[in-house]
Design a binder for this molecule. Structure first.
Ligand SMILES: [Ca+2]
Length: 162
């Protein structure tokens, strides 16, 4: 189990800009839980251990979870936030992750699912550049069991949650 460091910034517009910083102790194969508000990341050997992790400092809920393999399998990255973080509108994304590389998740996600009424939009490039996911609600999807179907297998470099 390694502790990763994730520097989070909350911008004036109300979007949580989550910037992930490198940590040599975070093994690529870990199941990690990231708090998009504080930037804290904790990693575990199994998804069950990650599921059991609920920091006591502040109540958090799962917003979305990325998986390395199709079918919601393999190493995972759980993104936690405030219970009421996601609004029904996708015109006002609540969380922005400008680059997944530093958390070992660049060009890696092969499936994802969401929770708490959130939706996820993926971009091929750094800071929401390049091709993005389409369909859903303005490109924000509530799940993808296999990102290869929409041409996004192992491609996501940045994302937003709304
Ligand atoms: Ca993958």
């Amino acid at each position: 189990m390694g502790k990763a460091r994730w520097t989070g910034l909350t911008a004036a517009v109300g979007i949580a800009l989550a910037i992930l910083t490198p940590d040599a102790t975070a093994a690529p194969g870990d199941h990690c839980v990231a708090d998009v508000g504080t930037g804290a990341v904790a990693c575990f050997a199994t998804e069950a251990a990650a599921d059991a992790y609920h920091p006591a400092a502040k109540p958090r809920v799962e917003l979305a979870r990325l998986y390395d393999l199709p079918g919601y399998r393999g190493p995972s990255l759980r993104l936690d936030g405030d219970a009421a973080q996601c609004t029904p509108s996708t015109a006002d994304p609540e969380v922005a992750v400008p680059n997944l590389a530093l958390s070992h998740w660049d060009n890696r996600a092969s499936s994802f699912k969401v929770a708490a009424q959130c939706r996820v939009k993926l971009w091929d490039g750094d800071r929401y550049a390049g091709q993005s996911t389409e369909g859903g609600r303005d490109g924000y999807l509530d799940h993808s069991e296999n990102l290869a179907i929409i041409g996004f297998d192992n491609r996501a470099t940045s994302l937003k949650i709304s």
